[in-house]
Design a protein around this ligand. Sequence first.
Ligand SMILES: C[S@@+](CC[C@H](N)C(=O)[O-])C[C@H]1O[C@@H](n2cnc3c(N)ncnc32)[C@H](O)[C@@H]1O
Length: 455
Amino acid sequence: MKRIIELDIEDLAYNGQAIGYDNGKVTFVKGGLPGERVRAKITKIKKKHNQAKVLEVLIKSPERIDAVCGHYEVCGGCIWQDLGYERQLFYKRNQIESCLKHIGGFDEVVIDDIHPSPEKFFYRNKMEFSFHTCAPQYSTRGFLLGLHERGRFDKIFDISDCRLQSEMSNRLVIFLREEIERLSIPVYNLIEHHGFLRFVIFREGKNTGQSLLVLVSGAGDFVGKEELVASLQKEFPILTTAVWTVNDTITNIAKGEIREVLFGPGYIEEEVMDLRFRISPGSFFQTNSRQAENLYRRAIELAGLSKNDTLLDLYCGAGAIGICAAGAAGSVVGIDIEEEAIEAAIINAQINNLDNIRFFAGPARKVLSADPLKDMKFDVVINDPPRAGMHPKALKRLIEIDAERLVYISCNPATFARDAAELRLAGYSLGRVTPFDMFPHTMHIELVAHFEKKG
Ligand SMILES: C[S@@+](CC[C@H](N)C(=O)[O-])C[C@H]1O[C@@H](n2cnc3c(N)ncnc32)[C@H](O)[C@@H]1O
C-alpha cells in the first residue's frame, strides 16, 4: 500500500527533487520546495530512501513564485520555474559545496558566486521537438508535436508557448503542426514505431541570427515535401536553411543521416569570443551560446596560457574551447570520441585560420596512449568530460601526462568531486571553483575548476 504522508521539505537534491525526512528516512519528493510542508504520496520504497510525489502544498514557501510558462505543470523541461531565480542559484552552488564535501572530502574549497545566465528565458540555441500519433481525445489532428510530459518517455504534448528558445521557435512548431495536418504528411508513433515524421530540431545562431530547421523522419518517401518547403520559406523568410535527415532505427533519438539539404547551406554559424563556428544538424555545440562564452573565457583565464605552452583540449567536442584558446597558446591538441565532432572541429579551425591546432578522433585514453601523442608533453590541460566524468583509465592517463595546470569543466558536481579527489591523491591541489548557470529553471549545473601540481 502506498502511504500518504505529511513532511517538511528541507533541501533540494542534485536530481532536482526536494528532500524531506519521513520518520527519519530520506524521502525524495517531486514538487516541493525547501521550507514547505506538503502532503505527499509515497511512490517508491527503497532500502535507504523513499520517493514521493506532492499531492498538496500545506504551507507554502515564500521562495515559491508563479511559473511564467503555461506548460509548466505538464512539461518535463523547466522544473524549477516556480522557484525564484536567485534561490535557484543558491541551491545550485550549495549542491557543488555538498558534493565536494561529501563525495570528494574537500572541506575548504573556495566556491565563487555562481554566474547567472545572461538570459533567464529564451537562452537555448537548440531545441528538439517530437512527433507522436495520438487518439482524438488528445488532439483532433491525430498527432502531437512538442515536448515530453514530465517523467514520460512515451507522452508528448503540443507546445505553443515554450520559454526556452525563441518566439520564432514557438511559431515554427505551431506552423509545422498546421501544415503537416493540411498536407496529410504521416507522423511517427514513438511506441509502436511506425509512421514518418519523427522530430523537429531547431538551431539558432544567437549571435549571428542564422537558423537551421531539421526534419527527422523514419524510412520512406517524403510525401508533401515540396509543398511544405515552399510554405515554410514563404512564412519564415528569415529561416536560413533546412535539412531532411533520416533515423530508421527504433531508437527515439533526434539524430539521423542527412538525406537532403532542402534549402540554404545545410548548416549555420555561431559566434563565440569573436570566432565563427559551423553548426551542422548533428554537431555538438554548447546550448547557451552567451553563457558558453563566459565559461570559455574563465577556463582560458584559469589555464594561464603563454605562447610557450602546449594545451590539451580533452573531450573537445567541435573544438570550441581549443579554438578560442589557440591565440594565447603555442599549440593545441583536441581529442573527442565522435568522428563527426572532430570533422566539425577541423572545419572550425580552418574557418578561423588557425594553424597551431590539431584534432584526433577516438576515446581519450586510447588516443593519449598511442602515436603520435603518447610521448607528447602538455603544459596545460582543459578537460571537459561528459556527465559521467572521467573513465578511471582515462583519469590515470591524464595524471601520467603530469601537466602543470589543469582546468576541469564539469556539468556534474558529483562526478567532478569524485575525480577531483583522485587528482588530489595524485598531487594536484584544487584552487577556486567557479559555477556557471547554463540552464536556468533546470537543476543542471556547470562549473570550472583550477588544479595545480604541488611542489
Ligand atoms: C561536455 S562535452 C564537451 C564539449 C566541448 N568541450 C565544448 O565546449 O563544446 C563532452 C564531450 O566528450 C566526448 N566524449 C565522450 N566520451 C569520450 C571518450 N571516452 N573519449 C573522448 N571523448 C569523449 C563527447 O563526444 C562530447 O563531445
